[in-house]
Design a protein around this ligand. Structure first.
Ligand SMILES: Cc1ncc(COP(=O)(O)O)c(C=O)c1O
Length: 457
């Protein structure tokens, strides 16, 4: 009797034969078989075996309004019928680009009123680099071209964005670093704070920026870039006082301050943008992900009035992407912002589900000594897994503690992501109390089982 392959096995075999995945080891992916996600609704995704899984990662830090929004589908369909594409090069625009630029100017803080569109966070950050350097050229200071980022910072995967970020494994792959990029320590108190209080450590970590500026000379530096909370680095949230000090140092040395809002933007921290949560005002602000809740690819870079005035006087901008401001993506992003506003999702995170999620995580911390630290804020969180909380002893890399925990949680129907030795959580902003309870219950069971598998009880 012939044995027929299941649909999942069939898809997995084709995937292994023809599809190269980002950030995956192809061999082990092929051995284990890729997970095929077929549909999604609200905060749940469904795989090709019919398992319904609570998506604690909002796709990839992006589905802020949740899955299954017919309104966004309708807007996209209408825009496709009317005008599926036109470019924004050479003196042309489309109504949806124009409307989105104006709309963004109403929600971005301070004088960030001018927007350049791209299609991904990586392209947005390449745009940041080119525009900041162009700005300093126009100011008569072409030698101000270097960027300072942070270890474990993530700004994307193009060559320039990889250089801007501080991920060593990415730098090492294919010698992917360009000259002109420097990195300072990440403000991770649990890892580097020693006996300092979090507040003392915040100033020490910010001082690393000034030390670096003095080392290479402010005259050679275009900008400092940081994520309000470092997402892909493991949800590293700086202690109080860090961001105002960083802003002060940038101003003192006349260095542009770039807040990468690709994860923290669009309500994640209970403000429209993460810099507002920390009370600082950047000069340049790349954004993506939650901008369209991932329904279509789009990103933007916001520039302050001061920078735009200079760019405006500087002649042609020799930069752009065919799909900069794709009309369908712009229409969907606009409708997505409508949803965030109409449903009060920013306030909901701040006053309701952010605190509710954080109290659930505090409960996990009380129950599981494998959690060394709960990090993050509002609807973005990380649980650092440790061998010993008291001594802050980490697991050895080969223990694979977070991966083990992640896989157990997945078996239980919860997607969390493992980053280094941390579990990270970033659910849709529409998540309900009952869904958060389910997430905490599943994480509770997953942590207990992981601790036991790792020999902690
Ligand atoms: C802070 C930050 N910046 C930039 C990027 C790159 O975005 P993309 O993957 O859309 O290129 C990411 C992606 O996770 C990110 O987290």
């Amino acid at each position: 009797m012939a044995i027929t392959q299941t649909r999942t096995a069939h898809l997995q075999a084709i995937d292994a034969a023809h599809h190269i995945h980002p950030f995956c080891d192809p061999k082990s992916l092929a051995e284990r078989g890729t997970r095929v996600i077929t549909k999604a609704d609200g905060c749940y995704v469904e795989d090709s075996d019919g398992n319904r899984i609570l998506d604690g990662m909002a796709g990839l830090w992006c589905v802020n309004v949740g899955y299954g929004r017919q309104e966004l589908v309708d807007v996209a369909a209408r825009q496709m019928e009317e005008l599926p594409f036109y470019n924004s090069f050479f003196q042309s625009s489309t109504p949806s680009q124009i409307a989105l630029a104006e709309r963004l100017s109403k929600i971005t803080p301070g004088d960030l009123n001018h927007f350049f569109f791209a299609n991904s966070g990586s392209e947005a950050n390449d745009t940041v680099i080119r525009m900041a350097r162009h700005y300093w050229h126009l100011k008569g200071k072409p030698e101000k071209y270097k960027f300072i980022g942070r270890h474990l910072g993530y700004h994307g995967s193009t060559l320039a964005a990889t250089s801007l970020g501080g991920m060593k494994h990415m730098h090492d792959m294919g010698s992917s670093t360009l000259p002109g990029f420097e990195h300072i320590m990440e403000p991770h108190w649990f890892a580097h704070g020693g006996n300092l209080s979090p507040e003392q450590f915040a100033l020490r970590a910010a001082q690393a920026l000034e030390d670096k500026i003095l080392e290479i000379g402010a005259d050679n530096i275009a900008a400092f870039i940081g994520e309000p909370i470092q997402g892909a680095g493991g949800v590293i949230s700086p202690p109080p006082g860090y961001w105002p000090e960083i802003e002060r140092i940038c101003r003192k040395h006349d260095i542009l301050f770039v807040s990468d809002e690709v994860i923290c933007g669009f309500g994640r921290l209970g403000e429209w943008f993460g810099c507002q949560y920390y009370g600082v005002q950047p000069d340049i602000m790349p954004m993506a992900k939650g901008m369209s809740s991932g329904y279509l690819p789009i990103s933007a870079v916001a520039f302050s009035d001061r920078i735009f005035e200079t760019l405006n006087e500087g002649g042609p901008i020799s930069h752009g992407y065919t799909y900069s401001g794709h009309p369908v993506s712009c229409a969907v992003a606009h409708a997505n912002i409508d949803i965030i506003e109409r449903e009060g999702l920013v306030e909901r995170v701040r006053n309701d589900i952010g605190p509710y999620l954080q109290s659930g995580l505090a409960h996990l911390y009380e129950r599981h000594s494998i959690i060394g630290e709960v990090r993050g804020a509002q609807a973005l969180a990380g649980l650092q897994l440790v061998r010993s909380r008291d001594t802050r002893e980490p697991f050895a890399a080969e223990d694979n503690a977070a991966m083990i925990c992640r896989d157990i949680c997945l078996e239980k129907g919860l997607i969390m992501r493992a980053v280094g030795q941390a579990m990270v959580i970033c659910p849709p902003l529409t998540i309900t109390h009952a869904e958060i309870d389910e997430m905490i219950d599943k994480a509770d069971a997953g942590l207990r089982e992981a601790a036991s598998r790792l020999g902690l009880d």
